[in-house]
Design a protein around this ligand. Structure first.
Ligand code: PHE
Length: 370
């Protein structure tokens, strides 16, 4: 490695050759620098005040020069100083631009890579089931209505012929908004237990004929388990016109059951009770798994618990008392109503074993409906 040597003679020729030797060492060393650490070492080796090469030039060349040569040596040493500074500066510039280049290289973006794919959302299976049910009734001329989830006692119970303190209220226990003791019972707010209040709201707004379906969320004081949820969904139906009979109820609901579960499904009506319908009936469909035999592959059918029938909705002829609450003439008009649980229909249609799956938002469950 280059080091400054004492000069034996200070003739221009000797100075030229010593300067040449220094320059070529400087060029080689500056060219070899490739990183920040190496550059700092170069700078210190050449320019450090203490014992850097330039300091040595001062000591060993300039100070040692005899008086007649001092001027010439001084000039040459100054030129060499400038040259050293230039080389060290340009080495610094070179490594910092090549540093930039490598950073660009590291951070480069491949614009041809595919972007982040976001899956397209789908209807929630409950919304989908509600829409399927609604479509069946729309095709039969029904329109769609909705009503509030926070209802008054009047719409949820009283106008539907559940008198105050009537035991039928106990079957639909719910959340009552607190601090309303000062209000008359009929004005007190609660979370609706069924979509039936929208029957009343619809009839208050329009005279017959009425044909309407009502999808919506309802609330009951039920403990959550695999088949119960305190919040669930219903689709309600109401048809009021002149000369509507139980026959129309049966024909309409039989047609709807076939549209929803397949044309080979049969229906039967089973006596039931609701305060706002008379007579009332639960509709059952023949099991679409076992065809109504109750047996599947030589064993008991799990879908209908071997009975061959599955209950899917409550229904009945609108009780004349209800017409009294909305100002319809019970002698001129008659009608029927029905209500079905959306979760129950979806559970049956899609073979779901736990109602809670609808509310957990687990993509692995939901994406099966895409
Ligand atoms: N509202 C009733 C319930 O939630 C269902 C129903 C609706 C029954 C309309 C008859 C007529 O249980």
């Amino acid at each position: 490695m280059y080091s400054v040597s004492k000069l034996a003679d200070f003739s221009p020729a000797a100075l030229d050759s010593a300067a040449r030797e220094l320059k070529s060492a400087l060029e080689d060393e500056a060219a070899a620098v490739s990183g920040e650490g190496e550059w700092k070492a170069l700078r210190d080796r050449w320019m450090a005040r203490k014992n850097g090469i330039l300091t040595q030039l001062n000591d060993q060349w300039l100070k040692a020069a005899p008086a007649p040569a001092k001027r010439d040596v001084g000039q040459r040493v100054n030129e060499l100083k400038k040259l050293v500074e230039e080389h060290i500066d340009s080495a610094s510039a070179r490594i910092s631009t090549s540093g930039t280049a490598s950073r660009l290289e590291q951070e480069r973006v491949d614009v041809t890579l595919p972007g982040t794919r976001r899956k397209i959302g789908i209807e929630h299976p409950l919304v989908r089931t509600m829409n399927e049910i609604i479509a069946v009734f729309k095709a039969m001329g029904y329109s769609v209505a909705e009503g509030p989830e926070v209802e008054t006692d009047y719409y949820n119970f009283e106008s539907l012929n559940f008198p105050p303190n009537h035991p039928a209220r106990d079957t639909q226990d719910t959340l009552i908004i607190s601090g309303q003791q000062g209000k008359p019972l009929r004005e007190r707010l609660l979370l609706r237990t069924h979509t039936s209040p929208v029957q009343i709201r619809t009839m208050e707004k329009q005279p017959p004929p009425v044909r309407v379906v009502v999808p919506g969320r309802v609330h009951r004081a039920d403990t959550a388990d695999a088949t119960h949820s305190p919040i669930f969904h219903q689709v309600e139906g109401l048809a009021v016109d002149s000369n509507i009979t139980f026959c129309d109820l049966k024909g309409t609901l039989d047609q709807a059951a076939k549209a929803m579960f397949g044309s080979s499904v049969r229906t039967r009506f089973y006596p039931s009770f609701f305060p706002f319908t008379e007579p009332s009936a639960d509709m059952q469909i023949s099991c679409f798994k076992c065809g109504g035999s109750g047996r599947l592959d030589g064993a008991k059918c799990g879908m209908c618990k071997a009975s061959g029938w599955i209950e899917i909705l409550g229904s009945g002829m609108v009780d004349p008392n209800v017409y009294g609450f909305v100002g319809y003439d019970a002698k001129k008009y008659s009608g029927f109503a029905f209500g079905m649980g959306v979760e129950r229909i979806a559970i049956l249609k899609y073979g779901i074993d736990d109602i809670q799956l609808f509310y957990q938002g687990d993509v692995r469950f939901l994406e099966q409906f895409a």
